[in-house]
Design a protein around this ligand. Structure first.
Ligand code: SF4
Length: 289
């Protein structure tokens, strides 16, 4: 892992593409991701982003945006004005192309410094998207933020399995991520489990019962339709579909997402959504089968 320190001129990126209906801005405290060599990194759409990778293997580099909080403080008021005028509110997605709570965060505190800056310059809404149980280290800050803006914590748990044949382990176990979700929920934060991309689920009834205990809602997204390419062609170039098919042949078809959404709906009635609607917190058409 090549770790380097960088300074940036901007930290709030006006959302475009699929994120446009989810938030007004995205914010990446780091560039690159140490989880890139773990299970989620195999199907991670960011690995295909040449502007970010600059020909470096995904999972091999981490650029630390040292002045992220300072730049946030300097630009938040301007971006808030723009977002309220153009997007109906200043909402931040943290983060769409990196992990905001990598192991390095405990030492470096870049995400923590940005959250502290948000207490001074709050957005209207904050969506935290993470694969990492280390999010609980930020729990006190997130609770303070929830007093001044809407906060929603998305925890990625794509399956009840910790291994798929031939693929690396996840960066954090399923059990640890459920525990983190439970801790956030018990602390009074809104928690959504993002099953994205949906991987084979060994015991769907038990899995979604567990989701209903640990979270307020669930989002399901399949690599078909969910990886930013037509028919999941990006993901089909990776080892993920073969490993999924070896575990559960039906899981490589979009119908699998519909079937899992129907199970989820029994445990979280009205709190199941798929694809972008779920990331945006739109559950009114639950489940979208
Ligand atoms: S944690 Fe997120 S950004 Fe990092 S490799 Fe996994 S899916 Fe990609």
């Amino acid at each position: 892992m090549q770790t380097s320190s960088v300074t940036v001129r901007s930290i709030l990126t006006r959302s475009a593409g699929f994120l446009k209906t989810v938030c007004s801005h995205s914010l990446q405290p780091y560039r690159g991701c140490p989880f890139g060599l773990s299970l989620c990194g195999v199907g991670c759409y960011v690995r295909h982003n040449a502007w970010i990778t600059r020909q470096r293997p995904w999972g091999s580099f981490l650029e630390v945006k040292q002045n992220a909080a300072e730049v946030y403080r300097a630009t938040a008021a301007r971006e808030r004005r723009w977002a309220r005028a153009n997007r109906g509110g200043f909402s931040i997605f943290l983060a769409s192309s990196t992990e905001p709570f990598p192991p390095q965060e405990s030492r470096l505190g870049i995400t923590r410094s940005v959250l502290e800056a948000m207490l001074d310059e709050p957005p209207d809404a904050l969506i935290v998207q993470t694969h990492s149980p280390r999010v609980v280290e930020a729990l006190p800050l997130l609770k303070c933020l929830a007093a001044v803006c809407a906060v929603r914590c998305h925890i990625s748990i794509e399956s009840d399995l910790d291994r798929l044949p031939g693929l690396p382990r996840p960066a954090a176990t399923v059990a640890d991520r459920f525990s983190a979700a439970q801790a956030l929920k018990q602390a009074g934060l809104e928690v959504v489990i993002t099953v994205a991309p949906l991987l084979p689920i060994n015991d769907p009834e038990r899995f979604f019962a567990r989701v209903a205990q640990a979270a307020h809602a669930v989002v399901l997204d399949h690599f078909i339709g969910g990886d930013g390419s037509e028919q999941g062609t990006r993901t089909r170039k990776t080892a993920l579909p073969a490993a999924m098919a070896a575990t559960e042949p039906a899981s490589v078809e979009l119908e699998y997402r519909h079937a899992m959404a129907r199970v989820a709906e029994r445990y979280l009635p009205g709190r199941v959504a798929t694809h972008i609607d779920g990331f945006a917190g739109r559950f009114e058409n639950s489940p979208s089968c």
